[in-house]
Design a protein around this ligand. Sequence first.
Ligand SMILES: Cc1cc2nc3c(=O)[nH]c(=O)nc-3n(C[C@H](O)[C@H](O)[C@H](O)COP(=O)(O)O)c2cc1C
Length: 502
Amino acid sequence: MRQFPSFPTLRSFLDWCAAREQFLCIADPVSTRHQMTAVHRQVLEAGGPVLRFDHPILPDGSRAKAAVITNLFGTPERVAAGLGVPLDGLEELGAFLAALKSPSPPEGMRDALSRWPMLKTALAARPKLVKSAPVQEEVLEGPDLDLTRLPVQTHWPGDAGPLLTWPVVVTRPHGTAQEDVNRYNAGIYRIQVLSCDRAIMRWLPHRGGAAHHRSWTQAGEKTPVAIVLGADPATLLSSALPLPETHSELTFAGALNGMRARLVPAKTVPLLVPAEAEMVIEGWVSPDETAPEGPFGDHTGYYNKAEPFPVIEVTALTQRRDPLYLSTYTGRPPDEPAIIGEVFNRLALPTIRAQIPEIRDLWLPPAACSYRIAVVSIDKRYPGQARRVMMGLWGMLPQFSYTKMVIVVDDDINPGNWDDIAWALATRMDPGRDVMMLENTPMDYLDFASPEPGLAGKMGIDATIKIGSETHRDWGAVMHMDPKDEAFASDLLSRVLPGLQA
Ligand SMILES: Cc1cc2nc3c(=O)[nH]c(=O)nc-3n(C[C@H](O)[C@H](O)[C@H](O)COP(=O)(O)O)c2cc1C
């Protein structure tokens, strides 16, 4: 159940963060070229507050009008709060999502749906159409329109130029009506600014936005697009979540917020946009014109090479009178997407368990790009079970297609603790018997360690205790101290050595 107040705007969330001393304004001049990334990285690595740069300096040395917000979701607590729950409420929200995805939810999941009755009702509610909106207080078109005046960061020394990193890209498929919000897609796709009114849209081919673009292209038309900057936290996070196609991210965000989404018609494209956002860039994506996008530093910790992506012709920038510009960087983890990924993985656990019930817990180490290595603990009951779980993850769950290594451990091992994992590998695994290698499986084309783009091997490591026909040897019993003696020791030490950390 939503446990925090609604955050209908980015500003309301910033106020909430400020009340918890998780918000810092930086008055010093800071360049949008590299300097802002350097400051943000150090704050993120320290688990620090949301940052507002009040004096952003553009590459020509002038001061940008809009202040820059970064590190919005720099801690797991803030990501969960953006979804409306504390960290320990994630599992329940995850169970609701699992039930939502399942056409006829099993018994336990029906319970999850019944515990979120308001959210379920809100999902059926139509967004509220408004006539005037804060995001349209200023409408810049023609000669007044200049994307290069926005404080768009150039993040890394090898980057090709300024990059929008937190845009909520709103599209609808060809043949739908502007009012049919349930058919809308909202996704986060980075956008390279080329000039005052041109940019490049980097939606990967399997994304919702790219599919909509194909539908307009097949009809020989350009794709209307609204690029929402500084949306409310629920819209931002819903747009990054892999939601079932039956639910629009915009409606879902309203439901998460406990209120109907407020939308307004865009000024120059046939789309509805969030009325309370900070800025909206409106435009058309070309059916045939592409431009080389990149290179840009990516979440892998390396620069991507330049690749062609479609060009956007911008027709208007609408904004609040004193707009905030929301930004982040992507780079070798930890970065903000890795922290969001950690929380999303916790949300996904009930869905994963619905498919593979013996899974107890799961960790996708952020340091391994949040998806390339998975460690999973299971309730092991029969020989060969660890391999079955590996194949289940790779075969049934699309989000594990690019996980090149799966380590399976028993449920007495914490899969989120490298020391526990190392102990399981060192004491329960034989490389000759317990490693499963596969060749020629699908892989993230960004992984240049793969022999071919998009095609690579996979490795599964069974680090569980071997049982039944898996072994003919006697395995040592795991050592445990009697809990009574543990309690005695804690009590004694708290008196004679109070500073000792267990
Ligand atoms: C900060 C951030 C940047 C992202 N950049 C991209 C990107 O450049 N291209 C892309 O295809 N996905 C990118 N993603 C991932 C997608 O937004 C995400 O997978 C989303 O669920 C896609 O939505 P869709 O399935 O509706 O297309 C990014 C996510 C975040 C949080």
